[in-house]
Design a protein around this ligand. Structure first.
Ligand code: FAD
Ligand code: SF4
Ligand code: SF4
Ligand code: SF4
Length: 596
């Protein structure tokens, strides 16, 4: 085992004869309205190895937990089965009860008789009860065969590496430093700030993007716990939670390495670039994207909106360009996929830009061609209200009838089948076409492939669970901040960055990190060294062949193993198992369920 990885000691009870306590939860009627919990308790009380079986209204309540703790103390219970809700909700609660009562916390089995029995068999009370009995009996068989396990402890570098120095990356580094952590920002561009450097005046504050980025950068530069590398090219990201390594070259070609206990991915987004000819982009003069328009507006003189030296007296905004694409209507991207997601910020941003035009150049006519207006967020609807009041003319098309731009030397004609006038075919002339382009995920393919980072159908980095673990990647110790995850505006990106930094700080609060012990374990006596299992493992470095005591055997790195069990499935001699989920335990569970 790596010297950085140790096992924590804990009291164990495995040499004792199993004395199982079984606890059936009513879940306040969620379970007991369907399942006869008294019948389940009575059946389990007679089951071999069970010393006590009880039912209770809310097992997770403090009274319910005390019930178990008292049985451990008074009856010598040394293993528990709780039949209740999903383990993702309360397995840890009950493990902690065992821990507090002096029993190894992994000598517990959590059985789900709510989602898997009462909720899915509402019309069959007897069947649901019989199923709950079988599931609880299987749990007893499993827990009887459990060995005490110890958390794996990994010594951690007390430092977080933040990849990307946009608003999210800078906010994450500042929040981490505020919690006492060292932070290193690694940014590929020559300057910190990301897209804020190119987006002019921004909602909701009305500040220039450069000013917002500048303020954050000043704070970053003044913070002694933060170091910054800009203009660098990352060529390797590897390691595991507590011990990541990031190699990069500076613009002068020097190679550097950062070691970090956690990584925050703040690599942001890229602007959607329309395809050649998409609404005339790249082919007709005076067709620009929204970010390009924001910068031309910024550089136009007072009193005259200009593009290429010519005055713009009318413009048409075309929404959803490169977002909310529809199969069969829009051309796929280079990877064969369409962008069917909404980029979320572009409606507000387009209307905010239209309002700036109306404020600075009131004579400019603006046509807003949209499918839906999505000005979500606090007060953002006011951008739409203001645009309406200031005379922006809205035209709405449906999904199948995309607007058409016809261009000639006199300018552009926008043709829209307008649903607001019950399908009237409308035509308007415009000097400038502004394509309201949205967000695409940044190209971070190298990092993603080296770290096997998960992405969603939209190709942005994907969190473990949007509600329960919203800033964590499945890779332990790697967090996401900002638009690397999905389209967000600046306040949202900042909030996500603060959360990611808090998570990293919690992870690195102690010099070593406790990890779940559910990893592959090799029985070296049984292992024949056939080499089948490493070939099956998808996680680099998790499972390798090595020489041990003069014999070639499979060796697991517990910090990298994900406990997926793929290796277990291929071993011809049952020499490898996932701790806490062994083949013997599964066999016993199946037998208990199949028994008449
Ligand atoms: C047209 C448009 C207008 C907008 N207007 C507004 C507005 O008015 N108000 C508002 O609140 N929001 C607005 N937004 C949203 C705003 O741009 C984002 O919320 C914000 O930029 C997100 O910051 P970020 O740090 O997540 O990403 P980014 O700003 O994209 O920063 C990511 C950083 O990571 C770096 N990076 C990427 N890959 C790597 C790598 N491999 N290695 C190292 N570094 C890397 C990039 O160089 C960049 O500096 C707008 C967006 C669009 C598309
Ligand atoms: S925010 Fe508006 S313009 Fe952007 S993709 Fe969504 S609906 Fe379309
Ligand atoms: S359990 Fe999965 S991750 Fe762990 S060694 Fe086996 S195949 Fe690899
Ligand atoms: S598959 Fe089984 S026998 Fe073969 S190397 Fe892996 S653990 Fe050993």
């Amino acid at each position: 085992m790596d010297e950085k990885i140790t096992e924590a000691s804990s009291k164990d009870n495995y040499r004792q004869e199993p004395k199982v306590g079984v606890y059936i939860c009513h879940c306040g009627g969620n379970i007991s309205d369907i399942i006869d919990v008294k019948a389940v308790a009575a059946a389990l009380a007679k089951y071999p190895g069970v010393a006590v079986a009880r039912e209770y209204a809310f097992m997770c309540s403090s009274n319910g937990q005390d019930l178990i703790a008292e049985d451990i103390k008074n009856l010598g219970i040394n293993r528990t089965v709780v039949a209740a809700c999903s383990p993702s909700l309360h397995e840890l609660t009950f493990r902690n009860v065992l821990q507090r009562a002096g029993v190894n916390p992994y000598l517990h089995e959590h059985i789900n008789i709510r989602e898997q029995a009462s909720w899915v068999h509402k019309a069959d009370h007897a069947g649901a009860t019989a199923k709950a009995i079988k599931l609880a009996q299987a749990g007893v068989e499993k827990v009887k065969r459990k060995d005490p396990l110890n958390a794996i402890r990994v010594a951690a570098e007390p430092r977080v590496a933040v990849i990307g120095g946009g608003v999210a990356g800078m906010r994450a580094a500042l929040s981490a430093a505020g919690k006492g952590l060292e932070a290193v920002i690694i940014e590929k561009a020559p300057r910190l700030g990301g897209k804020l450097l190119e987006l002019g005046k921004m909602y909701p504050s009305g500040e220039e993007g450069t000013a917002i980025a500048g303020k954050l950068e000043a704070l970053v530069r003044a913070e002694s716990k933060i170091s910054v590398h800009t203009g660098v090219d990352i060529d390797f990201v590897g390691g595991f939670v507590g011990n990541f390594k990031i190699n990069f070259k500076n613009s002068d070609g020097t190679s550097s390495q950062v070691k970090a206990g956690a990584i925050i991915m703040a690599t942001g987004y890229q602007h959607y670039k329309p395809a050649q000819g998409e609404f005339g982009y790249g082919e007709s003069a005076n067709v620009v994207t929204l970010p390009e328009f924001i910068s031309l507006m910024k550089n136009s003189p007072a009193g005259r909106l200009e593009y290429s030296g010519k005055e713009i007296k009318s413009l048409a905004l075309i929404h959803c360009v490169g977002s909310r694409q529809v199969e069969g209507i829009h051309k796929p991207q280079a990877d064969g996929k369409i962008n069917d997601y909404c980029s979320r910020v572009c409606c507000s941003s387009a209307l905010y830009a239209a309002n700036q035009v109306k404020d600075r150049y009131p004579g400019v006519r603006i046509y807003d061609v949209y499918r839906d207006i999505r000005t979500y967020g606090m007060q953002h609807e006011t951008y739409y209200d203001k645009a309406s009041k200031d005379g922006v003319l809205f035209m709405r098309h449906n999904e199948a009838d995309q607007p058409v731009i016809v261009s000639d030397r006199t300018g552009h004609t926008v043709k829209v089948k307008d649903v607001l006038t019950w399908g009237e075919e409308l035509e308007v002339k415009a000097d400038l076409i502004v394509l309201v382009t949205g967000m695409m995920p940044s190209d971070i393919s190298l990092i993603k492939s080296q770290m096997k980072m998960p992405t969603g159908a939209d190709r942005f980095l994907q969190e473990v669970h949007l509600k329960l673990r919203p800033v964590e990647l499945a890779n332990s110790g790697v967090f996401i901040a900002g638009t690397a995850q999905y389209p967000m505006d600046v306040p949202e990106a900042m909030a996500a960055a603060g959360t990611a930094a808090a998570k990293a700080a919690i992870l690195l609060a102690e010099p070593d990190i406790p990890l779940e012990p559910f990893v592959a374990v090799v029985d070296e006596h049984k292992c024949t060294g056939c080499g089948l299992c490493p070939a099956e493992c998808s996680y680099d470095g998790a499972l390798m062949m090595a020489e041990k005591n003069g014999k070639k055997v499979a060796v697991v790195n517990p910090a990298l193993c994900k406990g997926c069990g793929a290796c277990v499935a291929v071993c011809p001699v049952r020499a490898i198992n996932v701790a806490g989920w062994t083949l013997d335990q599964f066999d016993a569970m199946v037998e208990a369920i199949a028994k008449e």
